[in-house]
Design a binder for this molecule. Structure first.
Ligand code: ADA
Length: 546
């Protein structure tokens, strides 16, 4: 049997600005304590410092174990009894390491986390590069012959037919019985041999998963001494001409880009805060989050599965420019990230869009082959979800034909106004119309970012830029232009709440303050304005369907 241990809690900690990150720190020097998950550079004495944080704890275990890290940043190395057992090269990416933990007893686990910039996270990214362990650390004791993973795919939402792709840790020459249980009842016993097998079956008494009714099912697989458990939803996401369909019905997305960011927690936002964020979204009438701009935490995705929030999840690679963009290493890392991300979050019904490389140089013909390759990498693992990237090249974009859904990040009324223009609101409707006309008519199209800065608490009788009034007016105007127009399959504002960014890069107070909520989730005027617009739209939808 598997025995799972959640290792979150208070760990020993030490920090060094100078230490070489790729080396075991030795046992003696852990003079501090820190919570896991937790970021070190959001508090004294490490606030804003860059270097290596070492987290250490003892674990009682033995035999074959799998250690899961649900994201850290900027990069990490894992030491078990002083030996390196795994590396985490990509910020925010969940990683799993299976290894022999040695004899039953007490062992030392050290996770070294560097928050120095590397070739994945650059100082020009418009979000702060926090240092720490962002998600849970868990350990499972595994039987020697164990299952590695199962990928669950809905083949037909009308009949509840699913496919299970099952992978074991080793090649079984002799056939074994694999018992498939769903919602606590055995539905099939099938032969398992080799390393990977695929099965098809109908889920008895199935219920569909959707944003309105997020019904989930439980799968258990029993093979020899092992038992693997997964939660899944029966739902199909499809692209049909310019429409996005969920279980055959047209899907309209409304929501926000969201960073994992909070002044006190950094990127290690606790699940309670994630839940509160999602409840605010739903309460306003939203159904969608773009997880900008990196892999999401397991707890966040679990909440979205249960609460019926639809998610766009993407790889990290923000606005990367040549020569880095054209380096072989960059493409290699994007492909590797796409493979990992598509696999690790495969079973979450909430994820409906796969994304990569926010705002790349998609006006350049040379970028087409990069986009093709990353797209292909996602497809190799996941054939079920639409794949795209968010573009800011607008009419000049030469890559729109390569993705399943076109997503644009226009900022009319904000970045496009003249130096001395008091208000840019009048730009919004015409600009959005003009842009929509340039999108291939046979593809779904969404606004993946749009918004304006507003300093929380700043009010202005003339609705001047940077005031809450200006942002509210802009949001209202955008809702009116987009929500009722069937050309758009979605509207995703930039962004949910203010999030820490460059310290000296022109962001007021060091925050990207286009949040409709401030950094402590206090609503700006735009929040209520948007709620009213959504209500209006819902009322008019009801009238037209009557
Ligand atoms: C871009 C980018 C966001 C953010 C935004 C802004 O479109 O994708 O991460 O930087 O602009 O606030 O300017």
């Amino acid at each position: 049997m598997r025995i799972g241990k959640n290792l979150d809690g208070i760990w020993d900690f030490t920090f060094s600005e100078s230490a070489d990150f790729n080396q075991y720190p030795g046992k003696e020097k852990f003079e501090n304590a820190l919570a896991v998950p937790g970021c070190f550079d959001v508090m004294a004495p490490w606030f804003g410092k860059r270097g290596t944080g070492y987290f250490r704890r003892l674990v009682h275990t033995g035999g074959t174990v799998q250690l899961s890290l649900d994201g850290l940043g900027i990069e990490g190395e894992v030491y078990w009894d002083g030996k390196c057992v795994g590396t985490c090269p990509y910020a925010y990416m969940p990683e799993k390491f299976t290894f022999d933990a040695g004899g039953s007893g007490t062992h030392e686990l050290v996770i070294a986390v560097s928050n120095r910039y590397n070739n994945v996270v650059f100082p020009f990214y418009d979000f702060y590069a926090f240092g720490g362990i962002f998600g849970s650390v868990t350990l499972e004791e595994l039987p020697k012959d164990h299952l590695e993973w199962v990928r669950i795919t809905t083949l037909d939402y009308k009949t509840g037919k699913i496919a299970l792709k099952v992978r074991a840790c080793r090649f079984f020459r002799k056939e074994q019985d694999l018992t498939i249980r769903i919602d606590g009842k055995a539905v099939k016993i099938v032969p398992f041999s080799g390393r990977e097998q695929e099965y098809r079956l109908k889920v008895p008494a199935f219920k569909l998963w959707s944003a309105e009714e997020p019904n989930l099912h439980q799968l258990e697989l029993l093979l020899k001494d092992d038992r693997l458990e997964e939660t899944f939803g029966i739902r199909q996401i499809e692209v049909k001409g310019p429409k996005l369909l969920l279980n055959g019905k047209e899907l309209r997305l409304f929501g926000y880009n969201r960073h994992e960011s909070h002044p006190e927690f950094g990127a290690a936002t606790p699940p309670a805060l994630m839940a509160a964020d999602l409840h605010m979204l739903k309460d306003q009438g939203g159904n969608f989050i773009r997880g900008s701009h990196y892999p999401q935490r397991e707890s966040f995705l679990k909440l979205c599965d249960k609460m019926g929030v639809l998610v766009w999840e993407e790889t990290l690679g923000w606005d990367v420019k040549p020569p880095e963009l054209f380096s072989r290493g960059f493409l290699h890392r994007q492909i590797d990230q796409a493979h990992k991300l598509a696999a690790v979050h495969y079973n979450h019904p909430c994820i409906i869009i796969r994304g990569f490389m926010n705002e790349t140089e998609s006006q350049l013909p040379r970028v087409r082959s990069i986009i093709r390759s990353v797209y292909k990498a996602f497809r190799e693992v996941d054939t079920t979800r639409p794949i795209t990237f968010a573009s800011n090249k607008y009419e000049k974009d030469v890559c729109m034909d390569l993705v399943d859904l076109v997503a644009m990040n226009p900022y009319p009324g904000w970045y496009d106004s003249n130096w001395d223009e008091v208000s840019g609101i009048h730009h919004i409707a015409p600009r959005l119309k003009q842009l929509a006309a340039a999108i291939p008519a046979n593809k779904p199209y969404m606004i993946s970012e749009i918004g304006a800065s507003a300093i929380y608490g700043d009010h202005d009788p003339y609705k001047a830029r940077w005031s809450e009034e200006y942002q509210a007016e802009l949001a209202r105007e955008v809702c009116r232009a987009v929500l009722n127009d069937p050309r758009y399959c979605g509207l995703c504002f930039w962004h949910f709440c203010d999030a820490k960014s460059y310290i000296n890069g022109g962001r007021v107070l060091g925050y990207n303050d286009k949040g409709m909520l401030d950094r402590y989730r206090r609503p700006k005027l735009a929040w209520e304005a948007i709620r009213q617009e959504i209500k209006k739209q819902q009322r008019s939808n009801k009238k037209t369907t009557k």
